[in-house]
Design a protein around this ligand. Structure first.
Ligand code: PEP
Ligand code: MG
Length: 599
């Protein structure tokens, strides 16, 4: 369409990647429910019709559940169980049938009223988990209503070709169908970071932006759309130079993918033989697929917060054990580092009272919560220990800032081990224990801390925000959040030296580990392990395999000469150009296209 104005819509980016395609818009009109009066006899027949609709809905949901278990795994299929439990709830059914009988009103009307009441109650509760589940309840009510009205459920059938789905909201029971249909991007008006569609989109690597206000009305049905799942932007009607730029980028990505697939069997080793471990960060057990796809050497960071933030009840020892045990199995012959819960900061959970947190990143977070609730931390420790029998799990503690915290954590761990031994429960007696180095105080006393643990993993995402005193999520101070500030890099270097001095291995699991600009410098610092997003593994591996460790060491040595981030970046860009072959420098992943370049 000519002369259509470009617009940029903002939402929540939940699954990385950029995609350009035509939109396929589904704007589902609300089911229209009319109120009608019944005779007494009629009421009984209507009650039967209501009960039949409940049975039909259960049957449909069981089929959806089976399909989900097959395509996306048992864990994600469990989301449907909550809907089934709701339909089995006799008190809810009795309440509705009682009202049909006493008020002599049609079941659709009574059900619709109940739905509105329940949803308005849920939206007001002070519990993020329950609020996030509002759409699940809405979905199950709508299913029963549609069955009562004799409607076939909306079928998300994609036309032939590449399409981005733009929809009001996606119920968990519909999500699998969207993936089946092969939509290449998703934009919804509702949904948050912990919603089912967010989790699934990430697992399936489909660029997705949720929570775009009025998306189904703002996106015109014709024309082209760009979805930037990394930054939460949707570009409507991009001009042709922009489309061209994007298409070139796509082409390069295709070439690069083919190039990267050749790297799969190769190991991350520098030209002169220096070997490091290249593992991946994940937060969902399902992401193990991506770990294997990109051939990462195991999991360098399993963030366990999602287990706590996506369910209403605090996860039990058994539930956690099953997850960690499966991970240990799936990651073999490599290992996985399980980090105990890092709740707080920007990740809140309904199981803890975060109501008074004027400064959440400097407040009650991670190990600080664990040490005030040792009973909860011990449940997690027990689950990890029990799952460690395959001898390929390691345990890591986040946000350590003092030596005393290590003493306390180790005391709890010893108690937990003793309790397991007393019960005859097996676990890996030699399980490695590590800490995140992400608080400046810990970095500065790293030599002391190293005497008490088996490894360090440097968390540059937090270390940067605490060194620079710039909130990692605050756009106003993002200019100060400088991962390449020499203050940050010098401290990383000190930590590596301190760890090695005490004979322990040192890894890095912040975003910096996956940034190709930093790879040579980090290699030269002597890091033993890089843990990155699964998708960044090939680029980092390619760079490591293209340089000599001795040259990388010279680069790392020079960082002490600089005082500003600008100088540091210029220096690294110069060195990268000098040391790397053109095929890497021309690679789009090496200088990824920024949304600023796009719009
Ligand atoms: C970090 O802080 O660098 C890190 C890896 O942990 P998270 O991003 O989960 O805080
Ligand atoms: Mg961190």
């Amino acid at each position: 369409m000519k002369n259509q104005k470009m617009a940029i819509l903002e939402g929540i980016g939940v699954s990385d990647g950029i995609i350009l395609a035509r939109p396929f818009i589904i704007n589902r009109a609300e089911l229209i429910v009319k109120e009608s009066k019944l005779g007494k006899k009629e009421a009984e027949a209507e009650i039967n019709r209501f009960l039949e609709a409940i049975e039909l809905s259960k049957e449909q949901l069981r089929k959806v559940r089976a399909a989900m278990a097959k395509t996306t795994g048992e864990k994600s299929a469990q989301i449907i169980d909550a809907q089934l439990v709701f339909l089995e709830d006799t008190s809810m059914i009795n309440e509705i049938t009682g009202q049909i009988r006493s008020e002599l009103k049609n079941p659709e009307f009574i059900l619709d009223r109940k739905m509105k009441e329940t949803i308005s109650r849920l939206e007001k509760v002070n519990n993020q988990y329950l609020r996030d589940r509002t759409h699940d309840f809405q979905d199950v009510f709508r299913r029963v209503t549609a069955n009562l009205l004799g409607f076939k459920r909306e079928i998300l059938k994609k036309p032939e070709g590449e399409y981005i789905l733009v929809i009001d909201h996606l119920a968990p029971s519909e999500t699998t169908q969207v993936f089946h249909e092969g939509f290449c991007g998703i934009v919804t008006e509702m949904g948050g970071k912990t919603s089912h569609v967010a989790i699934m989109a990430k697992t399936m690597e489909i660029p997705t932006v949720l929570g775009v206000v009025d998306a189904t009305r703002q996106v015109p049905p014709e024309g082209i759309l760009i979805v930037d799942g990394s930054r939460g932007k949707v570009v409507v009607n991009p001009p042709s130079p922009l489309i061209k730029k994007y298409e070139e980028y796509q082409k390069k990505l295709g070439l690069q993918r083919r190039e990267f697939s050749k790297l799969k069997p190769l190991i991350p080793k520098a030209l002169d033989g220096h070997r490091i471990t290249l593992s991946a960060n994940i937060e969902l057990p399902e992401e193990i697929r991506a770990v294997n796809k990109y051939n990462a050497e195991g999991v360098g960071l399993f963030r366990t917060e999602v287990i706590y933030t996506t369910q209403e009840e605090s996860p039990t020892e058994e539930e956690q054990y099953q997850i960690y045990r499966q991970l240990a199995q799936d990651v073999k012959p490599h290992s996985a580092i399980i980090r105990t819960f890092d709740i707080g900061g920007d990740k809140f959970s309904s199981h803890f009272d975060h109501s008074f947190e004027p400064n959440p990143f400097l407040g009650w977070r991670a190990i600080r919560i664990g040490l005030t609730h040792p009973e909860l931390l011990k449940i997690q420790m027990r689950a990890i220990l029990r799952a460690s029998v395959l001898k390929n799990l390691k345990m890591m503690f986040p946000m350590i800032s003092t030596l005393d915290e290590i003493y306390e954590v180790k005391k709890l761990l010893d108690e937990t081990k003793d309790e397991l031994r007393a019960k005859g429960q097996l676990f890996d007696e030699k399980i490695q224990i590590g800490i995140m180095i992400e608080v400046p105080s810990a970095a500065l006393i790293a030599r002391e801390l190293a005497k008490h643990v088996d490894f360090f993993s440097i968390g540059t995402n937090d270390l940067t925000q605490y060194i620079m005193a710039a909130d990692r999520g605050n756009a106003r101070v993002s200019y100060l959040y400088q991962s390449y500030n020499p203050a940050v890099l010098k401290l990383i270097q000190q930590v590596v030296v301190a760890g090695h001095f005490e004979g322990i291995w040192v890894g890095l699991c912040g975003e910096l580990a996956g940034d190709p600009r930093a790879t040579i410098m980090l290699l030269g610092m002597g890091l033993d392990e890089f843990s990155t997003n699964p998708i960044s593994v090939p680029a980092v591996k390619k760079i490591i395999r293209s340089v000599n460790f001795s040259d990388a060491q010279l680069v790392a040595e020079e960082i002490r000469r600089f005082t500003t981030e600008k100088e540091m970046i210029e220096f690294l860009d110069r060195k990268n150009k000098e040391l790397l072959p053109a095929e890497i420098l021309d690679n789009p992943l090496f200088s990824p296209i920024k949304v600023a370049d796009l719009v």
